[in-house]
Design a binder for this molecule. Structure first.
Ligand code: GAP
Length: 460
């Protein structure tokens, strides 16, 4: 099998395991599905929550200089005028005139001539015509002109006459709360405001499973700094922290790289933008981003709202508009990294194969599975239930009395459960259980009274 086939195969395996084992389902399947939309099943929702918690702990809970908010999805329509989203949050599209299928023009041109022509509508139209790009759907080579399409989802709100939008990024909600946070929390520069939440973009083509969605979640920080400070070392530090977070998702360093946007492609207000790219099964693609956005956002919001958005430097009797560094993290892409990094196929001594999701233990959707050896022995079931109830107080646990123990282990391996506990007849005598480790598959006896301590030490 070629490398490309292998990679496509891996993606298919992850998509299929995600559905079979309750991580990610195609959305609205009973109605025939909704194109490229997904819902997170029980284990996917648990994995997602664990990633959010990991992020919140790292960037909010353990930092005195960053506070978190939870702003609305529906924001004042003026905000999107101020940020430039209503006029320039566009992607270029082309349609195949024969089969009417729609494509991202810049993606087609990149595939065709390897050049990034994003923003150059004329150039893209010419490249598609000159180089006779064939439509992947029908094989024709007859394209419309490339034209821009705004990616914001429009909606209506009772009592408001203007067009409303579902927010296309969480950042907007942070900027409008800048003054309230500063006043109520007595924050001193440098400081950050963090937020996790939904964002919506009417992508021309959603694709690659949960990589490019129309409804997705972001974890963003706006980090406000003094415009006079030397920002470069802090920028580097943020990139390091972002990479550190990817490693905590289970990724290997060799699968990460940085991509700095060229000066010509930068927005006029940005001093520097770097993407953290991850090697997904479909190739290196943007995972997270870090941008120096200067004072653009606060100045624009001050201009459009008529409110002063500044910091006071009491010591030097100075008033200034802070600059901002914006580390942004895609949550759905983080989940995809965790799924891709965890997936392993292992050959067993008896020639069989096991699929095991080797999530970092902190991220595992279920931490402990509890089994009675036999389901028709009430004394075993009762003891296993007692242990399940006790441990569930602290951990996501699962009780399973279906099928033979080997099959139950395989199921938990595919979910990525670090520990399986089995209550057998000896347990009734010596009050201990068999603890089986997901990665080494080694088993040992642990006293029931010492289980909590064992898990506390081993699930860190
Ligand atoms: N506030 C800055 C901002 O929104 P962005 O590069 O457009 O920057 C940030 O988006 C992150 O959000 C990306 O790095 C990616 O992880 C995630 N993201 C963007 N569009 C996405 C989509 N259509 N589906 C899933 N995740 C997406």
């Amino acid at each position: 099998m070629s490398k490309k086939e292998n990679e496509e195969n891996l993606m298919q395996k992850i998509v299929s395991l995600s559905k079979r084992r309750g991580f990610v389902f195609p959305a609205c399947e009973i109605y025939g599905g909704l194109a490229n939309a997904y819902s997170y099943g029980p284990y996917g929702a648990s994995l997602k929550n664990n990633i959010k918690q990991l992020w919140w702990k790292k960037f909010v809970q353990s930092r005195a200089d960053i506070v978190g908010i939870d702003g609305p999805i529906l924001l004042h329509p003026k905000l999107w005028e101020a940020s430039g989203h209503t006029t320039s949050f566009d992607d270029a599209m082309v349609d195949c005139k024969k089969c009417k299928k729609r494509f991202r023009a810049d993606h087609l041109v990149k595939e065709l001539i390897g050049e990034d022509m994003e923003g150059d509508l004329e150039g893209m139209s010419k490249a598609l015509e000159d180089d006779k790009m064939k439509c992947s759907e029908c094989g024709a080579s007859d394209w419309t002109e490339a034209r821009n399409l705004n990616m914001m989802f429009e909606t209506k709100m009772n009592g408001i006459n203007e067009k409303m939008y579902l927010r296309p990024e969480t950042a907007g909600a942070i900027f409008v709360d800048f003054k309230n946070v500063m006043d109520s929390m007595r924050m001193k520069i440098p400081f950050g405001i963090a937020q996790i939440g939904k964002a919506f973009r009417n992508e021309i083509v959603a694709r690659n499973f949960i990589f490019r969605l129309r409804e997705f979640e972001q974890m963003e920080i706006e980090y406000f700094i003094d415009p006079e400070m030397k920002w470069e070392p802090l920028f580097e530090k943020w990139l390091d922290l972002q990479e550190e977070f990817v490693l905590e998702l289970g990724a290997e360093k060799k699968n990460l790289r940085r991509f700095e946007h060229s000066k010509e492609k930068l927005s006029h207000y940005s001093k520097k933008t770097v993407d953290i790219e991850y090697k997904f099964p479909f190739g290196f693609s943007e995972l997270f981003g870090l941008a120096h956005r200067s004072d653009f956002d606060l100045k624009q919001h001050a201009k459009f709202s008529g409110k002063e958005l500044v910091c006071q430097d009491q010591k030097n009797n100075r008033k200034f508009v802070p600059h901002v560094l914006e580390p942004t993290f895609g949550l759905d892409r983080s989940i995809l990294v965790a799924l891709c990094s965890a997936y392993e196929e292992e050959k067993m001594k008896d020639g069989s194969e096991r699929v095991v999701m080797k999530f970092p233990k902190k991220l595992a959707p279920i931490k402990v599975a509890v089994f009675p050896l036999l389901k028709n022995k009430p004394e075993l079931v009762e003891k296993a239930r007692e242990i399940f109830v006790k441990l569930s107080d602290q951990y996501m646990c699962e009780f399973d009395d279906n099928g033979n123990i080997g099959k139950r282990y395989r199921r938990q391996d595919e979910i990525g459960t670090p520990y399986c506990l089995t209550v057998d007849f000896d347990s009734l005598e010596d009050n201990s259980v068999t603890v089986r480790d997901r990665d080494s598959m080694k088993q040992k006896r642990v006293d029931v009274g010492k289980l909590e301590k064992f898990l506390e030490e081993n699930l860190k």
